[in-house]
Design a protein around this ligand. Structure first.
Ligand code: MN
Length: 502
């Protein structure tokens, strides 16, 4: 029978303690709803005593009627605990310092006093009928005998679960494994762990703790949190499920969506090489790998997890490492017939471009193919833009108006946006409207030269409703026009491809 480990998410509490991150109430609610959809067992919604706004946010989330249990953090101080109880949270998570360094410099109390405070707080919370979690703050720098003593005392007082936090991120997997094993052998209540990533070991330590018998893990989406962050939810869950066969209650198909939502609302961008949810997690450029993956994805992917499992997509990327096989396949899928000789020419041109340090887009590949094949399809455009007007300023809502010919018919569209680029892109989306539903999945802008007259290069990835994606670029001094050029190139191709397939 396989074990199930429960997931305690602290994106809204420790995650919000990431330097520079603030989640307004609306954002907190959206994240809580998504975490509930994802299936986390507990959502730590915040620290109600920290501010009135924080109290209101926790109260609001506690009353959303979510399936996940809602937890509120509190110091072992009556006012904190009462505020947490008033926030209607199902669970109160209390903590007190137990390490020598923190006791001496921050709380300045005897160890017996600390135990008494913890026990009284647990009894008080249990008397109010709530679930109680106790954390010995800085547990990994606390003498093990004292740690066992305080955990045992709160267990006797009726605590529901104890948390072992590696508050400053100094644990290492083998030592942490031994420590959790020892505590597991001493205690009867479930054990939860909270690891920080100061040495890049948060996920490894969390994983080691589970193997040692920890029953629950504290994680954050994308690993955001104080300093170098916490253990990343998506990584811990997929290690347990994919590599160890340990179950969680997570609906893994929601992992990418959840990561993207938190990325957007926190402003903390994920690098493309981020495990599991990063843009490149299932992308292949090298010819050898792409060839293998096109035959059977398990050849050059872990295999135990697939992009579909976590709501991701596999991408075969064009670049200087690309092989004939994948280029031929991409071209054929787009409706180009190439013989071996022409394919060689196309492949060589792609490699030349890559060697010059250029990012090769789909548009580049198709342009090269058309030149080599002598069929200039680019003359045939689904959308021909005649006029663009963009208004922006401090007292106007950014607005874009486009006058264009779409598949031979005159069309004028307008849209408002967060800024001029957003408005223009929305107006293009409108233009494509009935013919094709498009989604902008990637947008990157580089300034090629310095100064306010810098040339901007815009790279976009556009996806249609059937999941076909297309990368293109545009360049110019005007960022709005460069962005429009890139997106219109991409939309034109997707529309032509669609027409061709019919
Ligand atoms: Mn923390």
């Amino acid at each position: 029978m396989s074990r199930t480990v429960t997931i305690f998410d602290t994106t809204l509490r420790d995650g919000e303690q990431t330097p520079g991150v603030v989640f307004p109430l609306e954002a907190k609610i959206k994240i809580a709803q998504q975490l509930d959809k994802l299936g986390v067992d507990v959502i730590e919604a915040g620290f109600p005593a920290a501010s009135q706004g924080e109290f209101e946010a926790v109260k609001k989330i506690s009353n959303l009627g979510l399936e996940s249990k809602i937890c509120a953090l509190a110091r072992i101080v009556k006012r904190d605990i009462d505020t947490a109880l008033d926030s209607d949270a199902d669970m109160v998570h209390i903590f007190i310092s137990t390490s020598k360094i923190q006791i001496e410099h921050t709380i300045k109390k005897s160890r017996d006093e600390i135990i008494k405070l913890a026990v009284d707080a647990v009894e008080y919370i249990k008397d109010h009928g709530r679930i109680c979690m106790f954390s010995a703050m800085d547990a990994t720098r606390t003498e093990i005998d004292f740690l066992k003593k305080i955990y045992k005392a709160v267990e006797d007082a009726g605590v529901d679960i104890v948390n072992v936090p590696d508050t400053v991120g100094i644990a290492t997997p083998f030592k942490f494994h031994d420590m959790i094993k020892e505590l597991r052998g001493t205690l009867n209540v479930p054990i939860d762990v909270h690891c920080h990533n100061d040495f890049g070991l948060a996920v490894a330590n969390t994983y080691a703790a589970v193997l040692a018998g920890a029953n629950e893990v504290q994680v954050t989406v994308n690993g955001i949190g104080e300093r170098a962050g916490n253990a990343a939810l998506e990584e811990v869950v997929m290690i347990l499920e994919g590599l160890e066969g340990i179950k969680t209650n997570i609906r893994t198909k929601e992992l990418v969506n959840t990561s993207k939502l938190v990325e957007r609302l926190s402003g903390i961008r994920m690098p493309p090489n981020k495990p599991i949810v990063g843009a490149n997690a299932f992308s292949h450029e090298s010819g050898i790998h792409a060839h293998g993956v096109l035959e059977d994805a398990r050849t050059f992917e872990p295999g135990v997890i697939t992009p579909e499992m976590i709501g991701h997509r596999r991408r075969i990327v064009i670049g200087k490492h690309a092989g004939r096989h994948q280029i031929k396949k991409i071209l054929e899928e787009a409706g180009y017939q190439v013989d071996e000789e022409k394919l060689t020419k196309i492949v060589n041109k792609i490699k030349e471009l890559g060697d010059k340090g250029k990012k090769v887009t789909d548009l580049d590949l198709f342009t090269i193919a058309e030149v080599v094949l002598g069929e200039l399809k680019r003359e045939e455009k689904a959308i021909v833009v005649d006029e663009v007007t963009v208004l922006t300023g401090n007292k106007i809502t950014p607005t874009a108006v486009i006058n264009a010919e779409v598949e031979g018919k005159r069309k004028v569209t307008s849209a408002i946006g967060l800024g001029p680029v957003d408005a223009a892109l929305k107006a293009v989306k409108e233009l494509a409207g009935e013919s094709i539903k498009i989604n902008l999945t990637e947008f990157r802008m580089d300034a090629i030269s310095g100064g306010s007259d810098a040339l901007a290069e815009v790279y976009v990835t556009v996806e249609d409703d059937e999941g076909h994606s297309f990368t293109a670029k545009g360049a110019g001094e005007d960022i709005v026009m460069a962005s429009m050029e890139a997106i219109i190139h991409a939309v034109n191709y997707l529309m032509l491809m669609k027409k061709k397939k019919k």
